[in-house]
Design a protein around this ligand. Sequence first.
Ligand SMILES: C[S@@+](CC[C@H](N)C(=O)[O-])C[C@H]1O[C@@H](n2cnc3c(N)ncnc32)[C@H](O)[C@@H]1O
Length: 255
Amino acid sequence: MGLLGDDELDDSPVVANCSMNREREITGTNSYTRDLHFDVLGFLSQRLREGREVAWLDLCCGSGRALAQALERLRAEHGEPALRVDGLDLVDAFRPEVRRAGVGLHVGPIRGFEPTLRYDLVTCVHGLHYVGDKLRAVELACSWLAPDGVFRASLDLRNLRFEGGKPAGRAVAKALREQGVAYDSKRRLLSADGRVELALPFVFRGADDQAGPNSTGQPAVNSYYRNPASPTPSPSDTRSIRCGHPDLKQQRRSE
Ligand SMILES: C[S@@+](CC[C@H](N)C(=O)[O-])C[C@H]1O[C@@H](n2cnc3c(N)ncnc32)[C@H](O)[C@@H]1O
């Protein structure tokens, strides 16, 4: 199996899939509140009531519909709230009204985002399914939190594999838990309360966009990592890596 690097994956038809659901709302049956099992509006509203400047970053925001709705609802409740809402997506499929509503929109991959502030809330609703180095994305998202910020993201651990194909989910969940990020396996949700500087021991080796549907029913991307318990790659492991594929994480660390 030839694995893809993050840059190659960005061009994959699975990731650029135009039939994926980019239209979740802030509340209701097809919503952030429902899928994150988290009351986004209630959380932001509470912080605004405390007289704070509040910021929310939504990664893989799709059309941005939920963000515009949240701003509208919070404006109705708080007047002109000291609230900043940023959305980021690989693809510019933003609804025109989202920009008009004042949402800060960013086009590009999570790994390229350079925030200029710390966020009270960072979310990623059904976006990590399509990311290559999912664990790096989680590390970045958690590092962008304010000290008392909150992180919530959907993740199907079955999309995490060790080289050679063995499931990595259990080892990843353990490492995340030990470093302050919880995983709810029933709801397939990551959560952190408070900023976390993760240093996970898993080195990204590449991604497979032919993994087929995951728990969402949509074709998703499997992400492959070197198993830290077996530091020397076995011959079968090395065969699974496309010739010349760079060790992306080592490369990043040396930059
Ligand atoms: C299933 S949609 C979810 C959109 C939105 N969160 C919602 O629930 O309506 C997944 C989104 O992830 C985006 N995406 C995929 N890979 C990405 C990456 N590496 N960085 C940023 N966005 C990405 C896709 O373009 C797509 O809009």
